[in-house]
Ligand binder design. Structure first.
Ligand code: ADP
Ligand code: MG
Length: 289
């Protein structure tokens, strides 16, 4: 590629709100065979809201939700914001709040030992979910994320949060397919939930229940199966995958850590920016050959 054509392509992309931080990203982008995307905050808005709160016998939403929210005020996860917003003001003070990345959190609230998180957190802590597992499975089938709360070692509630699909996501996935690319989703979310959302969006491959450190492994696997890959993400834990992909693409509304690790930055959160980037990349390389 000539420096002039790269400059022209980079300029055209910038006009469309796509910043190429490195010249070779413009060349590498048209070589990718697959686009892998983080789910929360990339395919979805990253602003979940609480949809369902079902308690085990002996517990009520009025007593459990304020305890959960008290602990979640100390977490920065989007799920935490949904739970805090649903609980309202005047929460108790939680102590010993411990985030368990990829699982949830543990805290002491009002003299009670609280656990909130995915089903695997309950399994890890030896808590029997019992009949609420069926409710959780139903919620996951609707594409919602089931979480569980346990108090003093006993299952207390299943809580669902739902995160809407972003404007532009559907159209972007259709365009990737039209451009002959495969599309994959990588997420820490529940496998059943992720599968429903992926099927709805027409995504070809789903890698769910990834622990934060596993996104890179999954990406390496996709690379060996498909060839050059692009990865699109927004979060702190997406940075290693952004660096591993042939082309790392960060959402400009995402975290600074993700932006720093990326080759390409989208000024808006709309995934059609990735489609524009691909189009410019292909046009630039065509002119050169
Ligand atoms: P993702 O970014 O895909 O949501 P995470 O590794 O951050 O992946 O989270 C994986 C899962 O761990 C979530 O879907 C949720 O079930 C659980 N989890 C993580 N943090 C919290 C939290 N603060 N409160 C409740 N559950 C959580
Ligand atoms: Mg994300």
């Amino acid at each position: 590629a000539t420096p002039t054509s790269i400059m022209v392509g980079t300029g055209r992309a910038a006009e469309m709100g796509v910043l190429f931080r490195k010249g070779d990203a413009l060349q590498q982008l048209q070589e990718i065979k697959l686009v892998a995307l983080d789910k929360t905050g990339t395919l979805t808005k990253g602003q979940p809201s609480l949809t369902t709160f079902t308690c085990a016998p002996g517990f009520t939403r009025e007593t459990v939700l304020p305890l959960v929210a008290a602990a979640e005020t100390q977490s920065e996860h989007p799920i935490a914001q949904a739970l805090v917003a649903a609980a309202g003001p005047d929460l108790a003070q939680a102590s010993n709040v411990e985030a368990i990345p990829g699982y949830g959190l543990r805290a002491d609230v009002g003299g009670l030992a609280l656990l909130v998180g995915a089903d695997r957190l309950m399994q890890r802590e030896g808590i029997e979910i019992g009949a609420l597992a069926e409710t959780g499975a139903e919620l996951a089938k609707r594409g919602e994320t089931p979480l569980y709360a346990a108090i003093d070692g006993k299952i207390a509630a299943v809580i669902a949060v739902s995160d809407p699909i972003k404007q532009g996501t559907r159209a972007a996935i259709q365009a990737f397919h039209q451009q002959g690319l495969k599309v994959a989703m990588i997420t820490g979310d529940n496998a059943a939930t992720a599968a429903v959302i992926a099927a709805d969006l027409g995504i070809d491959a789903v890698k769910a229940e990834c622990l934060p450190g596993q996104k890179v492994e999954v990406l390496e696997q996709l690379k060996s199966e498909h060839g050059a890959v692009g990865f699109v993400g927004d979060g702190i834990n997406d940075a290693p995958a952004l660096a591993t992909a042939e082309v790392g693409i960060a959402i400009g509304t995402g975290t600074d850590v993700a932006i720093e690790a990326a080759d390409v930055v989208l000024m808006s959160g709309d995934l059609r920016g990735v489609v524009n980037a691909l189009t410019v990349s292909r046009a630039t390389m065509r002119n050169i050959r």
